[in-house]
Design a binder for this molecule. Structure first.
Ligand code: ZN
Length: 76
């Protein structure tokens, strides 16, 4: 389970402006893998309004929210 993180398509993050820590980004990549079409519509605003984003209800997004709400690194 120690795969090298890699960020591919979807929203473009500046290296110093990732919306989540490595664990959170891994959850995001699962979301991307499971729902590439939805992932393509992710906006920066979705990371500001996590629980009101249009993606709530998607299991992979909900997992990401759950992580962010309990992760010190993601609660910035
Ligand atoms: Zn985190």
């Amino acid at each position: 389970m120690a795969r090298e993180p890699q960020i591919s398509t979807g929203p473009e993050w500046a290296d110093d402006a990732l919306p989540a820590c490595a664990v959170g980004m891994d959850l995001l990549r699962r979301f991307e893998a499971a729902r590439p079409n939805d992932y393509a519509f992710l906006q920066a605003q979705d990371f500001v309004d996590l629980v009101t984003s249009a993606f709530v209800g998607i299991p992979e997004w909900d997992a990401f929210i759950e992580h962010c709400e309990t992760c010190e690194d993601c609660k910035k």
